[in-house]
Design a protein around this ligand. Structure first.
Ligand code: HEC
Length: 398
């Protein structure tokens, strides 16, 4: 019953997280696009009102006319829409999901004894320390003198993030490391909204209401942080879906693949923003594609000699290994605590089921080696070799 409730908690949280995430990123992409497409106001009466730019658009059967003020209108309208709850809800649901999926099931998803034999509490402590420690370091750097030099700051952040990718993949399971890398970036993004962008907007509104000139430092700081958020977005979305790709996170050099894919995401976003301004530099897009290709080349399966004696492998031995090491989870009714159904719908109880999923069984247990997760069921090297030899000899059912 407990596992079943957990399943629903996970389902509802993940669903909500994706919905509010779409609302946050959607609004943020839209405003970046809008900002970069503004044209000087066409009507002479708009300019004296201090309208700096405008845009006409058609959407959903209506025609819209958006105007952006250079700073603010002389008098604020009674109703001003704020965009912040999308960000807050995305972070809150994401953080809760991290707890529900990874921290409540640390032994399955977060810990890999082959990488480091942590206790669940140690793993959770390192995870939380990495997320909130990064926030403190990032805020410190942005507010330090370094924060005034865009390029130097970007360079230092890139080096620290590469260090984080390396460090995380050396303490956690591959997927645990990837999700923490994303959680760090996402926490910096939400922190930028809470700590800088929204307070800056409050200061602007206060200044207008009090008839004072707003402090331009707020706007400059908010601009810097929203630029960071723009380039963090695609890497974060990659880490959100990365749990599906054991070939990436399960690789021995997964940290390099993570860095390359994150860099590709940032570069591709740079290129899109340049395109909005009609300043697209094809070299940036190519650099992103090269980074992706490099990641693909890095983790491409290498052909290696079979690790076991194919001729001697009997299907009955394969079945025994799978029954001992896999079917605690991969069964119609798993016996592993916390599981209510076969993971990914893959049951491995009957010969037909094993033969049908032979390629996946081979990939997950001998190539990426992410199965069994955290080697909970204690599969041995010889047993992995046996599965490998069986598959390479044609995965026969006899
Ligand atoms: C402790 C429970 C557990 C054990 C034991 C286990 N698995 Fe899994 N397996 C999972 C979970 C959880 C997933 C789903 C992972 C995900 O969300 O991507 C999974 C997914 C898979 C998949 C599908 C991967 C995909 O993304 O399509 C295969 C294939 C697989 N396991 C094979 C095996 C094999 C072979 C063994 C035994 C050597 C094994 N598993 C042992 C929990 C387990």
């Amino acid at each position: 019953m407990h596992a079943y409730i957990h399943e629903w908690l996970s389902l509802l949280l993940r669903w909500t997280h994706v919905i509010v995430g779409i609302a946050w990123i959607g609004a943020s992409f839209y405003f970046i696009w809008l900002d970069n497409h503004l044209k000087p106001p066409a009507s002479a009466t708009d300019d004296p009102k201090s309208v700096g730019g405008e845009l006409w658009a058609i959407h959903g059967g209506g025609i819209y006319h958006a105007q952006k003020y250079r700073l603010a209108p002389a008098v604020l309208p009674p109703e001003l829409h704020w965009f912040k709850w999308e960000a807050y809800w995305t972070w809150m649901t994401g953080f809760t999901l991290l707890i529900v999926l990874y921290y409540m099931n640390a032994e399955v998803y977060l810990i890999d004894p082959a990488i480091r034999a942590l206790t669940p509490w140690q793993a959770v402590g390192i995870g939380l320390g990495a997320i909130f420690g990064s926030l403190v370091v990032y805020e410190g750097l942005c507010r330090s003198p370094l924060g005034r030099n865009e390029r130097a700051l970007a360079l230092v952040l890139a080096v620290l993030l590469i260090g984080a990718a390396w460090g995380l993949t050396h303490v956690f399971s591959g997927r645990g490391a990837f999700i923490h890398f994303g959680a760090i970036l996402a926490t910096l993004m939400a922190g930028n909204v809470t700590n800088v962008i929204i307070p800056g907007q409050r200061a602007l509104v206060r200044a207008v209401n009090e008839g004072r000139a707003p402090d331009p430092a707020h706007a400059a700081r908010a601009k810097q942080r929203s630029v960071h958020n723009t380039y963090f977005t695609l890497p974060v979305v990659f880490t959100m879906i990365s749990g599906h790709y054991a070939t990436v996170y399960g690789h021995a050099q997964a940290w390099i693949a993570l860095v390359l894919i994150a860099a590709a995401g940032a570069l591709i976003r740079v290129w899109f923003v340049q395109r909005h301004k009609q300043q697209a530099n094809i070299a940036v897009l190519l650099a992103g594609i090269v980074a992706l290709a490099a990641a693909a080349a890095l983790i491409a399966p290498r052909s290696s000699p079979p690790t076991g004696n194919a001729a001697a492998v009997k299907f009955s031995d394969v079945r025994t290994v799978i029954a001992q090491r896999c079917t605690t989870c991969h069964a119609e009714k798993p016996t592993q605590p916390g599981f209510t159904a076969a993971p990914k719908g893959i049951a491995l109880e009957t010969p037909e089921q094993i033969l049908r999923h032979a390629a996946q069984v081979h990939l997950q247990s001998t190539v990426t080696r992410v199965m069994p997760p955290g080697n909970l069921t204690g599969i041995t090297e010889d047993e992995r070799k046996l599965l490998d030899a069986w598959f390479r000899a044609g995965a026969k059912g006899e």
